[in-house]
Ligand binder design. Sequence first.
Ligand code: ZN
Length: 232
Amino acid sequence: MIHKISEYWNDFISLLYPDTCKACGNALLKTEHYLCTKCRLDIPTSDYWLHKDNPVNQIFWGRTPIEFASAFLLFSKGSRYRKLIHHLKYKGDKDAGIVLGELYGKTLANQSLYKSIDYIIPVPLHPKKLKKRGYNQSDCIAKGLSKGIGAPYRTDILIRTVNTQTQTKKTKEERWNNVSGVFAVNNPEQLEGKHVLIVDDVITTGATIEHCALTMINASRCIVSVACLARA
Ligand SMILES: [Zn+2]
C-alpha cells in the first residue's frame, strides 16, 4: 500500500515537474531517460569506426602507434548536442557522459576491433584537480562505454603525477610540452599484452592522449585504441 502511495506521489510530482530532455527541452515520457526518443534517434554520430583513414585516426599517423581512434559525435556550432558536452565538462552533468558513452559503446561493440578491448581507461585528472572539480568528465564517459562495450573501466592504472595547467589556450607545441612526463602507470604488468581503450571528452591536438598512450605502451607493450566523444 505504501509502495502504491509513493508511486502515485511520484506520478503527481512528475506531472508538476516533468523531467525534460537535456537536448531539446521537451518533457520526457516515463520510459525515457535523459534524452527523448527523437533526440536519441537524431544524434549526429560520425562513422569513424568504419574507416581506418578517419580524421581522428589520422591525428596519430606517423606519431604514435595507436591501433584505432574515433570520435562519436559530429556537430555544428549551435547544435543541441554540443551543450551536452559543455554541461558534462563545466556544469557537473555526469549523466551526459554516461548516457552518450553508453550509446557510443553500443555502437563500438558491433565492430570486431572493439571486441578485443580488455580495459577502458579515462584520461586521468590530477588528484588535486579531481578534488576541486569533484569528478572527472572522462570517468563518466568511460563508465558509459564500459556498459556499452561490456569491458571493465579502470581508473587505478594510469595516473597523472603532475598537475598541469589547462590546455585550452595553448598552441600545439605548448600542449605537447605541457603534458610531457605527467602520466605514470601503476603495476604495468597488468597491462602486458592487453588492448586498452583510452577515453577523453574532446580531442584537439591529441597531445594528452598521445602521452597517455606512450606512457602505457612504454611501460607494458600493450595495444592502445582511442575513443573520444567529439572532435574540437
Ligand atoms: Zn529531445
